[in-house]
Design a binder for this molecule. Structure first.
Ligand code: NAD
Length: 324
């Protein structure tokens, strides 16, 4: 199978590409084409471990490009759409690019896939489309109640995906995953931000009362879930991917402080994020019925992730410098 991976130079997309090409996933690939715009979040270094693989082709471009996308889709058997603007805080500052990539870009992919008769499409979405839940866990039937511009743009894309499955019979499924962590995550997201700050002896910012709850899943488990949906997901269906570890931001901060032998004097309280969702929690039993089981325990995943950032300062230091 030849797979088009959009956003394949980002955190999760590059993990999926590396695993497709080096093993660990069920999909067997004859080719992988990465389409990535290389925004601030895209980094060819993320693909360096597989750059010599003759099955990999990299194309720099925009998923909203109405000429390029149909051409690429005519050459592949499946598309997995990771490309997105993905940082909530940035979407609060300016949501224009979020609408462009997450909605207009996804629409362009769907339209081209319909025109070109692309056999299989997986759209990677997020649990943030459901909003915030005080108790219990979201099933896929939960209404979409996004609160941030990021989540709203992802929800808009999900509705377009649904419409292309219902109206045009496109063979497209949606995944909605909880918060990911692991190597190669851009150091603006909370875990790599805290790890790289603590490594440099700095302080870390904790939003509000620190009691917001997130479900943390290792990126390898997310990619396993996506790959299972690519193989076994039904057209027009949504699959939650969860099963990580629910932690308050204070608990997460404690784990990371401990990893560096630091204490709460390294933490500074900052004003809460606008519209900050209180709790995310997914019911992933639908995907488990297809055979999904997360394999990376939170303790082991965090240990490996902290070790990776310790050993790969040459990866993240230039990113911090260019962001400064
Ligand atoms: P990321 O920001 O690390 O990577 C996004 C990639 O998309 C980058 O390589 C960027 O260059 C590329 N891109 C952006 N706009 C583009 C465009 N118009 N055309 C082509 N490429 C473009 O994001 P991530 O954390 O790897 O997330 C990947 C996907 O997974 C996103 O769709 C996100 O909504 C979803 N998701 C992320 C998480 C998480 O915790 N990070 C959780 C659930 C779902």
């Amino acid at each position: 199978m030849h797979v088009l991976v959009t956003g394949g130079a980002g955190f999760i997309g590059s993990n999926y590409v590396r695993r497709l090409l080096t093993g660990g996933l069920d999909t067997e690939v004859s080719g992988v084409t990465v389409l990535d715009k290389l925004t601030y979040a895209g980094n060819l270094e993320n693909l360096a471990p597989v750059s010599d693989d003759s099955r990999l082709r990299f194309v720099r471009g925009d998923i909203a490009d109405e000429t390029l996308v149909p051409k690429l889709l005519s050459e592949v058997d499946a598309v997995v759409n990771f490309a997105a603007e993905s940082h909530v805080d940035r979407s609060i500052g300016n949501s224009t690019e979020f609408v462009h990539t997450n909605i207009v870009g996804t629409h362009n992919l769907l339209r081209a896939a319909q025109q070109e008769g692309t056999p299989r499409f997986v759209h990677v979405s997020t649990d943030e489309v459901y909003g915030s839940i005080e108790e219990g866990s979201w099933t896929e039937e939960w209404p979409l109640e996004p609160n941030s511009p990021y989540a709203a743009a992802k929800a808009g894309a999900d509705l377009l995906v649904r419409s292309y499955a219902r109206t045009h019979g496109l063979n497209v499924s949606i995944t909605r995953c909880s918060n990911n962590y692991g190597p190669y995550q851009f150091p603006e997201k909370v875990i790599p931000l805290f790890v790289t700050s603590l490594m440099r002896g700095g302080t870390v910012p904790l939003y509000g009362d620190g009691l917001n709850v997130r479900d943390w899943l290792h990126v390898d488990d997310h990619c396993r879930g996506i790959d299972l949906v690519l193989a076994k997901g039904e057209p027009g269906e949504v699959y939650n991917i969860g099963g990580g570890r629910e932690l308050t931001n204070r608990e997460l901060t404690s784990v990371l402080l401990e990893a560096f032998g630091a204490d709460w004097s390294s933490v500074r309280a900052v004003a809460d994020r606008k519209g900050h969702d209180r709790r995310y929690s997914l019911d992933d039993s639908k995907l488990r019925r297809l055979g999904y089981r997360p394999q990376v325990s939170f303790e082991e995943g965090i240990r490996q992730t902290v070790a990776w950032y310790r050993e790969n300062a040459s990866w993240w230091q230039p990113l911090l410098e260019s962001a400064a």
